[in-house]
Design a protein around this ligand. Structure first.
Ligand SMILES: Nc1ncnc2c1ncn2[C@@H]1O[C@H](COP(=O)(O)OP(=O)(O)O)[C@@H](O)[C@H]1O
Ligand SMILES: [Mg+2]
Length: 413
């Protein structure tokens, strides 16, 4: 009954996983706040979603984008910024596709076709895009000008159609060129703060914001980009959300459908059937994955493959996890080894102490004298920028998989 073809767990892919857990607040923020406010012409900041690798930043925004598309909104694909690539050209290309959806290229207005030509030049990545494009007549123009103008035109059509425009830039920490970063953020920020005048029957002319939702996703390092790089207005234009691991309750409710009524599958002969999960198997997956979305998918995938019967048992999860342990460990070790040495040392020192003794001074002492001086800023960063620890009394780990790796024999169950 369980086959590779009907396995709903998908570790590591960029598609929205079929077995979805949590992120209730972020989805409600989109559905109940951001989208309705934008549709009514109210200003709403862009959203910057940051977090350690594998926490589900990209999946979350793709899920929101899928929801948007199903309501008739215009969404960009995940514009994934590779190191060294030109984010301005990528954004320009995505905006041209949105303009196409909005029907702008068929406009007979010279102003619009001229604008599209300018953005096409940017998207073609003509040498040194960030330095600007040459306009007819020979003068230079910074790329953000045309990008904002095009977004404004797309937004105007969206107002008439009563839908939202959603732009998603992923891996924003990879924008390493200062000028490119400020061009991109100004282009997007100017569009979302732009007020346009529309005529409402019975009310006359009113000013409103454009229905443009901007989502930026990436690693917490994005926060390191100084305000001069991001522009002084960045924090007024974007709201930063630091993503946390999933809670055990999130995972339990995600898996509850497997307990009853069962996960519906199609069998080889085209018949329908249901795969169930023993409640003990659910708890075992929860213990294995420690709130990590990636490990959740991995544990589920392996448990599915451990047998072919219609019920996933606790021993299926255990056997599956045995095969997955090396990969699970490597995943969390990668998160740890990516951190700067002093942050890693802080976490190691914290992990060495019994949970009740994890106070700042004890951790700093454990780190040894020459490192104590840095412990303050380091702990602050681990809390505020990365969300890996919480500086309460005592200090606790928020990243549960890192805690499990450092303080127990996890991934052993
Ligand atoms: N809310 C979620 N529920 C279940 N699985 C998730 C969730 N979010 C992400 N995942 C899974 O976790 C893995 C990593 O997600 P991804 O979005 O690529 O992380 P990030 O972009 O933060 O590095 C993927 O396999 C994805 O399917
Ligand atoms: Mg990602």
């Amino acid at each position: 009954m369980r086959t590779p073809l009907n396995n709903p767990f998908q570790p590591g892919s960029d598609v929205v996983p079929a077995v979805w857990a949590g992120r209730v607040n972020q989805i409600a923020d989109w559905r109940d706040v951001l989208r309705p406010r934008l549709l009514s012409g109210l200003f709403e900041r862009g959203r910057t979603i940051l977090g350690e690798p594998g926490l589900g930043k990209s999946s979350l925004v793709r899920r929101i984008a899928d929801d948007a598309a199903s309501r008739g909104d215009w969404v960009t694909p995940q514009i994934r910024i590779a190191l060294g690539s030109d984010p301005i050209a990528r954004l320009a290309g995505a905006l041209l596709a949105l303009a196409e959806e909005a029907g702008l290229p068929t406009s007979r207005e010279a102003r619009i076709s001229g604008l599209i030509d300018r953005v096409q030049a940017i998207s073609a990545g003509a040498a040194g895009v960030s330095a600007g494009i040459t306009l007819r007549g020979g003068s230079r123009e910074e790329p953000h000008v045309a990008l904002t103008q095009l977004l404004v035109e797309i937004g105007r059509v969206a107002i008439a159609r009563n839908n939202v425009v959603l732009v998603h830039l992923d891996e924003v920490q990879n924008i390493d060129d200062d000028n490119a970063l400020s061009q991109v953020l100004i282009a997007l920020g100017d569009a979302i703060t732009r007020a346009v005048t529309v005529t409402v029957p019975g009310l006359g002319n009113i000013e409103r914001s454009l229905p443009i939702a901007v989502y930026l996703t990436g690693l917490p390092e994005f926060d390191d980009a100084s305000d001069t790089r991001k522009g002084a207005t960045f924090s007024r234009r974007f709201k930063v959300v630091l993503l946390q691991p999933l809670t055990d309750d999130d995972l339990r409710s995600a898996l509850s459908v497997f307990v009853a009524p069962g996960w519906e599958v199609t069998l080889d002969d085209g018949e329908r059937g249901a795969v169930h999960m023993d409640p003990a198997a659910v708890e075992c997956i929860i213990r294995a994955c420690q709130g990590e979305p990636f490990l959740f998918q991995l544990a589920g995938e392996r448990a599915w493959y451990a047998d072919t019967s219609s019920v996933i048992s606790e021993s299926d999860v255990e056997r599956g996890w045995n095969d997955a342990m090396a990969e699970a460990r490597a995943h969390v070790e990668r998160i740890l080894s990516r951190l700067p040495a002093r942050e890693r040392e802080f976490l190691r020192a914290m992990a060495e102490l019994p949970p009740t003794e994890r106070t700042f001074s004890k951790i700093a002492t454990t780190m040894g004298h020459e490192k104590e001086a840095n412990a303050g800023p380091t702990s602050q960063r681990l809390d505020r920028v990365r969300g890996i620890i919480s500086r309460g009394k005592p200090y606790t780990f928020r990243h549960r998989a890192l805690e499990a790796l450092l303080t127990s024999d996890w991934p052993e169950l």
